[in-house]
Design a protein around this ligand. Structure first.
Ligand code: PLP
Length: 384
């Protein structure tokens, strides 16, 4: 049955008050996510510590996250952030061999470059793939740098600055042909686009539940391809990363045989309640239906901006876009503030104001945003 987006929209109270185009920073809060957080409070008030329920919640998030990514639960570590997952993975890689290059792109969110640069102390060489003259990073640029000394290609799915989407299948083919592995930072895509780790054939993926997955801050995930797990032993660990959490053995590190070996300590329990509820909505609506709706609204936004003579910095080709439309402004902070005065919630990075779109947005949201942009055009327009 086709998703009823009008009915779904009513489950996000902020949408009655605001034109909310900020899911790429922080999603709108759904009624059931709020109820889940309240349920945590009720459990605490009425039962104190309910350890058994807490562990179940963590496992429910793992199972739901696996479904969203088309992975198995054993391939998913539930972490405190995307950065925590990246760090755990980094600490499992050996950079003392000839194959010590990590390739990142100039589209990366800082954390997916900084963490690899931090491994330089352990022998890693980090190489950045630069933008082309058109502001995009084509496969040719990756092909020039991925070589037999490359251990990992760590790339973003969608760029947090300008909304450009990389050609992940193309990058994966290049990397695998040279014996390198691929890590996908899908935080700016997952939940709004279908991210199928099997179809994309990536080896690792990270993200979190704060944005398009409709959850909250303080919880993320790391996907590790099943057959690689036993080959990778992180040198950061903790009791929740052990094969038997209850063993309480202080004489050795015995990592779990699953991706849980990339976890550390007590799970972020309240965040698990929220994340489970958010993921449930994503799975109920369906990632393909969500992607189709997001594409429809994003296209409308790009075309309407073109009509008012304010070209976006986001690539015009649909296959190079995700759920974000980034618009260059003479003063992006000022434009952001002006929009906020009209109850239009966006965000800004560098010279761009970002409209980030989810299935709960409507045509009216897009039209209100573009009408406001038209009003500010004379003062704040900037060509890309
Ligand atoms: C693409 C991308 N990667 C990573 C992060 C950082 O995630 P975390 O704060 O969970 O480490 C963000 C946060 O905005 C992001 O947009």
């Amino acid at each position: 049955m086709a998703a009823d987006f009008r009915a779904l929209r009513r489950r996000f109270p902020v949408l009655e008050r605001k034109t909310y185009l900020n899911s790429g920073s922080y999603c709108a809060l759904a009624d059931t996510v709020r109820e889940a957080i309240n349920a945590y409070m009720d459990d605490r008030l009425l039962m104190g510590a309910n350890w058994d329920v807490w562990v179940t919640k963590n496992e429910a998030v793992r199972a739901a996250m696996a479904k969203v990514l088309h992975a198995t639960p054993d391939e998913i570590a539930i972490t405190a952030s995307a950065s925590a997952g990246l760090n755990a993975l980094a600490r499992a890689l050996d950079f003392t061999q000839r194959r010590n290059k990590v390739i990142v792109s100039d589209f990366e969110f800082p954390t997916n470059a900084q963490i690899w640069h931090a491994q330089e102390l352990r022998g890693a060489r980090v190489v950045h793939v630069p933008l082309g003259p058109d502001g995009y990073i084509s496969l040719d640029n990756f092909a020039r740098l991925i070589d037999d000394e490359t251990q990992l290609v760590a790339v973003t799915h969608v760029c947090f600055r300008n909304g450009a989407k990389l050609d992940i299948p193309g990058i994966v083919s290049l990397a695998h042909a040279r014996g390198a592995r691929v890590l996908l930072d899908c935080y700016q895509a997952v939940g709004a686009l279908s991210v199928d780790v099997r179809r994309l054939d990536v080896d690792f993926a990270v993200g979190g539940m704060l944005k398009y997955l409709l959850g909250t801050a303080g919880i993320g995930f790391l996907y590790v391809r099943g057959k690689l797990i036993s080959q990778l032993t992180p040198t950061n660990s903790g009791w929740f990363a052990q094969e038997n959490i209850a063993a309480m053995d202080i004489t050795a590190n015995r990592p779990s045989s699953t991706a849980r070996r990339f976890e550390a300590g007590t799970p972020p329990v309240v965040n698990c309640y929220a994340a489970e509820a958010g993921l449930k909505i994503i799975l109920e609506v369906g990632t393909d239906a969500i992607e189709a709706r997001v594409r429809e609204l994003t296209r409308r936004c790009m075309e309407s901006l073109e009509d008012i003579g304010w070209t976006a910095a986001t690539p015009p080709q649909q296959e190079r876009r995700g759920p974000m439309v980034a618009i260059p402004a003479r003063d992006s902070a000022r434009l952001f503030a002006k929009l906020m005065e009209q109850d239009i919630v966006t965000s800004f990075r560098d010279d761009n104001v970002r409209a980030t779109i989810h299935f709960y947005n409507s045509e009216d949201d897009i039209d209100a945003f573009v009408a406001a942009m038209k009003k500010h055009r004379t003062e704040l327009h900037q060509p890309p």
